[in-house]
Design a protein around this ligand. Structure first.
Ligand code: FAD
Length: 494
């Protein structure tokens, strides 16, 4: 008998089949194989933002292409699924990237740790910053830490410590590659709390980051910073789906949930009724909602207005990835890096261009260059009104201008991500605390996904697993209470 045994197995519904929902379902079955688990996904396929396509020998990642190895649950889950050996790191021979400024391309200086330079030598030799900008950056060693413990914007923080130029030309483009965001509005504490900790703990940002890096280096095994399955990120999705099916989970694609309501006439711990888009209903003893936050807000609107309002208030950026393949001789510039970033200050619709064929092994047939152009960021939503052909033309013009790519691409794909990237604006931490407190009042409910405590794949896996643990805890308490009540009834009846 399991801790959840209530005569018949409890039924848990997971709404959303992105990596967070899949990880939640996986953790549920790993903890209690007797559970009945139903995963409901609106699209016709699983994976959400993970969207790998194989065509003519190319591996095209329409969304993410890798994940951070240092965050434990990405590599950890792959190991548990038996695909750990399939992970590959970035091609080491070209471990560098450029920043575009005007028509020039400046190599990112060596010695960056995350967003922050830790070695002044390479930075001072680089022409990315002006002499004045370099001197201003070095003032970080002299500036005192800001007193108080309130939040501030990431941009405000970096400008304060390292100066405007270091923010605009160096840190902002690196940050935008993660959040597609406006750094002057993003929350420092919700995005990079370790930077504030470095300032407070060491009286200087660079000094603090260097100390944290040395501590981490002695604790971690060496290896690539980013990893991805050789066949593409959907290998992780397939491995999870296989494991779930083998464990008896029901994976229903092409089924959108329209609403989640506390079960009528039942106590607060007694589960929910899900309304599906075909008009049918599904009863569940517990529910993990692993959709984007604004969808979760709509689904839970009837449950608690404040919770729904907070979920809907998390803004999201829209962007698109245009993938283009050219014969190598059609690209004039040597592809001698992993790609380049375009700072917001350039006022360009392009955020970055990664050279997938150079960054990863096995992404393109010999003789071909595979390029990923990132279009659009928070605040550029008008771009999204453009047709696929227009976005394609924009990307072709970009690689024509900066890489000298000419002629028709041999492969072209446009993948749009409307409202695809949550924006953790200043105050996000308090909003998430309110959301978690409100959701926590329903022991049968937990939320998971990229909108709360990290947008990266390992964060989303951890979020799904934490949500699974939360509903398991709710079910266990319920089972305990039912056992006590039933025992009391049995004693009374004797
Ligand atoms: C372009 C891009 C590039 C990225 N690059 C990286 C990267 O390189 N590395 C990295 O670590 N992270 C990257 N990220 C971030 C990361 O990919 C995402 O944060 C993560 O995949 C989100 O997972 P999720 O499960 O929270 O959400 P999603 O993947 O959005 O999954 C939510 C699921 O819910 C479903 N759904 C929605 N409404 C309903 C409904 N009513 N009923 C049922 N189902 C519903 C959706 O169809 C979707 O499948 C990138 C993101 C984007 C957009």
């Amino acid at each position: 008998m399991t801790v959840l045994d209530r005569g018949s197995a409890a039924h848990v519904a997971v709404v959303g089949g992105g990596i967070a929902g899949l990880a939640a379902a996986n953790r549920l079955l790993a903890r209690d194989p007797a559970l009945r688990v139903t995963l409901l996904e609106a699209e016709g396929r699983l994976g959400g933002k993970i969207a790998t396509e194989r065509a003519d020998g190319f591996v095209v990642e329409g969304g993410p292409d890798s994940f951070l190895a240092a965050k434990p649950r990405g590599v950890g889950l792959c190991g548990e699924l038996g695909i750990g050996d399939e992970l590959q790191g970035i091609t080491p021979r070209l471990r560098r990237a450029y920043v575009a400024r005007g028509e020039a391309m400046h190599e990112l200086p060596e010695g960056l740790s995350g967003l922050v330079p830790t070695r002044l030598g390479p930075l001072f030799r680089s022409r990315l910053l002006s002499p004045r900008g370099k001197l201003r950056l070095a003032m970080d060693y002299r500036l005192p830490a800001r007193p108080g413990d309130g939040d501030e914007s990431l941009g405000g923080f970096v400008r304060r410590r390292l100066g405007d130029e270091a923010w605009e030309r160096l840190v902002e483009p690196l940050m935008a590659g993660i959040y597609a965001g406006d750094g002057d509005r993003l929350s420092l504490l919700a995005t990079f709390p370790q930077l504030r900790a470095a300032e407070v703990g060491h009286g200087g940002l660079i000094r603090g980051v260097v100390a944290a890096r040395s501590a981490a280096a002695s604790a971690q095994r060496p290896g690539p910073a980013f990893v991805t399955p050789r066949r593409g990120l959907d290998h992780l999705v397939e491995a999870l789906a296989d494991r779930l099916r083998a464990g008896g989970a029901e994976l229903r694609t092409g089924v959108a949930v329209r609403g989640v309501a506390a079960r009528v006439g039942a106590g607060e711990a007694d589960g929910a009724t899900l309304l599906l888009d075909d008009g049918s209903r599904l009863e569940a003893d517990a529910v993990v909602v692993a959709t984007p936050a604004f969808v979760a807000g709509d689904l839970l609107a009837g449950l608690e207005a404040g919770l729904a309002a907070d979920l809907r208030a998390i803004p999201h950026a829209s962007s698109a990835i245009v993938t283009l393949a050219y014969r190598r001789e059609a690209v004039a510039r040597p592809l001698d890096a992993h790609g380049y970033l375009v700072p917001r200050a350039e006022a360009s619709p392009i955020l970055a261009c990664t050279w997938s064929s150079e960054k990863w092994a096995g992404r393109a047939p010999a003789g071909w260059a595979l390029l990923r152009v990132f279009v659009g960021r928070f605040g550029q939503e008008a771009l999204f009104c453009q047709s696929d052909d227009e976005l394609l033309a924009l990307a072709r013009a970009e690689v024509g201008r900066r890489l000298g790519a000419t002629g028709e691409p041999g492969l072209a794909r446009v993948r749009r991500w409307p409202q695809g990237m949550p924006q953790y604006l200043v105050g996000h931490g308090e909003r998430v605390a309110r959301i978690e407190a409100a959701a926590g009042r329903f022991p049968w409910l937990a939320l998971a996904g990229n909108a709360y405590r990290g947008v990266g794949i390992p964060d989303c896996i951890a979020s799904g697993e934490a949500a699974a643990e939360a509903v398991l805890g709710g079910l266990a308490k319920w089972a305990e209470r039912s056992f006590v009540v039933n025992s009391a009834h049995a004693v009374a009846a004797r």
